[in-house]
Design a protein around this ligand. Structure first.
Ligand code: BGC
Length: 378
């Protein structure tokens, strides 16, 4: 596999404009976009070459957001005139490695990868580096390799901060000690194989730790370390069964659970299911992230307090722009050159802004913006 020369790309630019919207997808799986029509105008892909192929490796179709991410990436890349090879790997690391290797062998010019497991793509990344194929880590950083060229994501630490500050504000924690108030909390974090999970956890814990230290917040299970509260593969069922155990061990005697700090919506859903089945006390604050459809419905129904909206259209547009800039030899748009050290190097990153969402603003954020239709949330 040989990366096409820049001159060929530039000569192809004119031809590309004739092919806009006609890129061929070699996708082998149905993207099954769960969201609304998410295509937005692309910036920066204006000189895409006909026949220039972008491989997009997504983790799984099981979680709603990756379907949206994949569908957005495909439509935006195609609109910019690229061929797209979009693959989902059923959360199986070896499948994702093979898919990336196939993308390299079949002549992809750039790879966009949302890793299942941050540290398990070493060989595939070596192969990309040997073939001189730039790699953009999509949403999740790829660890321990020099081969990742750029990283585009949402500000992951800020996601956690937004969750922590919501809890702080809702319960007026700043005045709780003076008011003699005490709260109970349980924490559900994400997949330890996903580099983002630690950022989400830490962002929230940095806000809440002082209240845990001074006894305003008590975690009855005693499980506070990331390793104790992590949820393998972000699985709803795993989060649910862990919370069922916690509820029956520490809250079955009528003790109220006031706060369920959940890093994202798939884990929040598990916690909400556990609360519905096993909990009789006052309903707690439950945090989340992603504004998945089920969770947005739960916000409307009062079963989830908030979520953090990460508009996957924004991320897709940014990544398509970066793809264009890389291929055109232009300066690549980044806004963070310090935060994301993958063990081998600090990866230049573009961080999109996550936005607070709850039952009061979901209409404006999700429906008015065309992310979902009203019917999808019924
Ligand atoms: C993403 C979250 C998502 C989680 C589970 C993380 O890497 O940033 O948006 O909820 O994976 O898919």
């Amino acid at each position: 596999m040989k990366r096409k020369l820049l001159s060929v790309l530039l000569t192809g630019a004119l031809a590309a404009s004739m092919f806009v919207g006609c890129g061929t997808s070699t996708e082998t799986t149905d993207t099954g976009a769960a969201g609304g029509d998410a295509a937005t105008t692309t910036e920066g892909g204006s000189t895409a070459g006909g026949g220039t192929k972008v491989g997009v490796a997504m983790p799984t179709k099981d979680l709603q957001r990756w379907n949206q991410d994949g569908a957005n990436m495909q439509s935006e890349l195609e609109a910019a005139g690229y061929e797209v090879d979009l693959q989902y790997a059923s959360n199986d690391v070896q499948t994702q490695v093979s898919q990336i290797e196939n993308m390299i062998n079949s002549g992809c010019d750039v790879l966009v990868v949302a890793a299942i497991e941050a540290s398990s793509l070493g060989e595939a990344m070596d192969m990309a580096a040997e073939a001189n194929i730039p790699v953009i880590a999509y949403d999740r950083l790829i660890m321990n390799t020099d081969a990742v060229s750029y990283y585009a994501t949402f500000d992951n630490y800020k996601v956690g901060t937004v969750q922590g500050e919501y809890i702080e504000k809702e319960l007026d924690l700043k005045n709780a000690k003076a008011d003699g108030k005490k709260y109970t909390m349980e924490i559900t974090a994400g997949d330890p194989g996903d580099n983002n999970a630690g950022f989400f956890y830490q962002g929230a814990i940095d806000v809440l730790q002082p209240y845990m230290d001074d006894g305003v917040i008590e975690v009855k299970s005693g499980q506070t370390e990331f390793s104790e509260v992590a949820t393998a593969q972000w699985a709803t069922e795993t989060a649910q069964s862990r919370m069922e155990n916690i509820l029956s061990s520490y809250y079955a005697d009528g003790t109220n659970l006031d706060i369920c700090l959940c890093s994202n919506d798939s884990t929040a859903l598990g916690v909400e299911n556990a609360l519905a089945a096993n909990y009789k006390g006052d309903y707690p604050i439950v945090t989340g992230q992603d504004c998945d459809i089920e969770n947005t419905k739960n916000m409307i129904a009062g079963k989830q307090s908030m979520s953090v909206f990460k508009d996957t259209r924004t991320l897709a547009s940014q990544v398509v722009k970066m793809v264009g800039q890389i291929l055109n030899g232009e300066e690549v748009d980044v806004n963070d050159t310090e935060t994301y050290d993958n063990g081998n190097k600090v990866v230049e990153s573009y961080l999109c802004d996550p936005v607070f969402a709850d039952a009061n603003n979901y209409k404006e954020l999700l429906i008015d913006s065309g992310y979902y239709t009203e019917d999808q949330l019924k």
